[in-house]
Design a protein around this ligand. Structure first.
Ligand SMILES: [Zn+2]
Length: 111
């Protein structure tokens, strides 16, 4: 399982037999980019290195999309923690997972 897959699964809630295809049909009611795009670009967005889509477009999506917003917050928190421990790029997988688990648990509590 890739890191991103794990991350999404982690945030996807209780996976009791749901299909992996993104068949959720909530509409944002405006010309926002699709959730898939926003989520796949969250790293580029935080890095300020978006290609093919503007920062503004991605930001707007996270602002209006309750489903994607927690992903952005979690990734922001993750980066903060990694910066704090000085392990942004060098973090071993097990550390990344530990941190993400902690953050996910926190966000589930509603922080
Ligand atoms: Zn979304």
């Amino acid at each position: 399982m890739s890191f991103v897959d794990w991350f999404r699964k982690r945030l996807g809630g209780a996976g009791n037999g749901g299909s992996p295809s993104g068949d959720d049909g909530d509409s944002h009611g405006c010309e926002s980019i699709p959730c898939m795009d926003a989520l796949s670009k969250v790293h580029e967005y935080l890095d300020g290195e978006l290609e093919g889509v503007s920062q503004e477009e991605v930001r707007r999506h996270f602002e209006i999309c309750k489903k994607c917003y927690p992903h952005l917050k979690l990734e922001e928190r993750f980066r903060e923690v990694m910066l704090r421990v000085g392990a942004e790029e060098k973090a071993p997988d097990h550390l990344r997972l530990q941190v993400l688990e902690l953050l996910a648990a926190e966000s589930e509590k509603g922080g």
